[in-house]
Design a protein. Structure first.
Length: 135
């Protein structure tokens, strides 16, 4: 919006700290546990959680355009139409392949750095990507 004070007009942005509802918090906690079970081979992933090539490309493009190397899971999942579990697995594949270096500071906030690419590394060279897509 525009803020006007003593004849001077300046742009303003109102930032609010919005908390998730209890239902959303439970859903995220459930997704985190599911992600950990799949990653640690305690559960086979369903097709809903297995990333395909196009989804990986879309996530990479999103990360590439993210300001300051910080993204929020719910923004990505809503914008790209992928599950939280799939997003976490994609970031793990990217980390394994050396595309990014990052950490999930909270289940919802991912801080990362895009790493310089000196050679082409197809998704199929990822152990995790292949493991997920074999099932």
């Amino acid at each position: 919006g525009i803020n006007e004070f003593r004849g001077a007009k300046k742009r303003q942005m109102i930032v609010r700290d919005i908390e998730l509802s209890n239902e959303q918090q439970c859903e995220i906690q459930s997704d985190v546990l599911l992600y950990e079970d799949i990653l640690n081979d305690r559960m086979l992933p369903s097709a809903l959680h297995v990333p395909n090539r196009d989804e990986c490309i879309n996530v990479f493009k999103y990360l590439k355009n993210a300001p300051d190397g910080v993204v929020y899971a719910l923004h990505i999942t809503d914008r790209l139409g992928i599950s939280y579990v799939k997003l976490r697995l994609i970031t793990d594949v990217f980390t394994e392949l050396g595309f990014i270096k990052g950490t999930w500071n909270t289940p919802l906030q991912f801080n990362f750095t895009l790493l310089p690419q000196t050679e082409k590394r197809p998704l199929e060279t990822s152990v995790l990507y292949n493991k997920l897509n074999v099932r």
